[in-house]
Design a protein. Structure first.
Length: 312
């Protein structure tokens, strides 16, 4: 049982929640574009099986991507005091490589069975995940490539996956309506580089949190979130508009105080608000999100005596 739980939480379910959230909001955007009420609820009789299937497949896909990142990030994770599954030999390196191969293959094949468009989107994410972490390409260690990889891989592409699940294909409308998510994820990513800046600096990673000052990084995150609000207005996507608008207050506060802890809180609030909007549209997601958070907290307390996740 212990080994099974170790492998499940090695997939980093807390990082899967934002991906699932944007997939659901992509479905929502395709479903309610004629009446963009943020309080629209999905027709569960027709959408439930398909959404749950794509959530499973995206969990496998992004789980593989996160594991591959951990394989090539052992030293910086050690410096930043986190993600010790590999650095402390909780999971063997060989097992990690096997998991990456199996999960990527299963998710991509499954996505092509859903529809061809979704399959190609999954394939793009899998390739982008390799480019992001492989030492020979190393997007994660290069500030601009790391930022844009996260904006596309965790913002635009999950949204398009959700859209293609509902429509069967993507078009220019889908791309334009994905822009608020692209920008909001960029803002969130920039904030996440700040707590890791010292550890990343020691191992030579050149994220924007390393090469920019705290003020500059927070300002760039704030600007991206403001643009996300503008584009959400233009797209008529009031779900992301509400989430971005409310979290903007905390982004402004962080920029004013220059405190990294305030940026962390702003990031957590933005993600939580997006999850709330996804739960309104797709109520079963409340159970999935709550299980993910409470299960992760119980696992880390039992296995490592750590309080994770937590607000502070």
């Amino acid at each position: 049982m212990k080994k099974l739980l170790d492998h499940i939480f090695f997939l980093r379910p807390m990082l899967l929640l934002p991906i699932w959230t944007i997939v659901i909001l992509g479905v929502r955007a395709a479903d309610v574009r004629e009446m963009a009420s943020p309080f629209s609820i999905a027709d569960l009789s027709s959408l439930l099986p398909d959404i749950l299937l794509v959530m499973l497949l995206t969990g496998l896909l992004y789980g593989a991507t996160y594991i591959y990142n951990q394989i090539h990030d052992i030293e910086s994770d050690r410096q930043n005091g986190k993600l010790f599954f590999l650095s402390e030999n909780v999971i063997s390196l060989n097992s990690a490589y096997v998991l990456v191969t199996i999960l990527n293959a299963a998710s991509i094949i499954g996505a092509f069975l859903v529809n061809v468009t979704t399959g190609f989107l999954f394939l793009i994410v899998a390739v982008l995940g390799i480019f992001y972490s492989h030492p020979a390409i190393n997007y994660k260690g290069r500030s601009g490539k790391a930022l844009w990889s996260n904006m596309f891989g965790c913002g635009m592409l999950p949204f398009l996956m959700g859209w293609s699940l509902y429509e069967g294909a993507i078009n220019m409308e889908a791309v334009l309506k994905s822009l608020p998510y692209l920008l909001a994820v960029g803002a969130i990513y920039l904030n996440t580089t700040l707590p890791d800046r010292e550890g990343d600096k020691k191992v030579g990673k050149k994220t924007y949190g390393v090469i920019w000052s705290v003020k500059h990084t927070q300002g760039s995150a704030l600007a991206r979130l403001a643009l996300a609000i503008l584009f959400s207005l233009m797209a008529g996507d009031y779900a992301v508009l509400i989430a971005s608008g409310l979290s903007l207050i905390l982004f402004i506060k962080a920029y004013g105080t220059r405190k990294i802890s305030d940026s962390v809180l702003a990031t957590q609030a933005a993600i939580l608000l997006l999850i709330v909007m996804a739960c309104i549209y797709f109520p079963p997601y409340i159970i999935i999100a709550a299980t993910g958070v409470l299960g992760t907290r119980a696992y880390y307390k039992w296995r490592f005596d750590l309080a994770y996740p937590r607000l502070k």
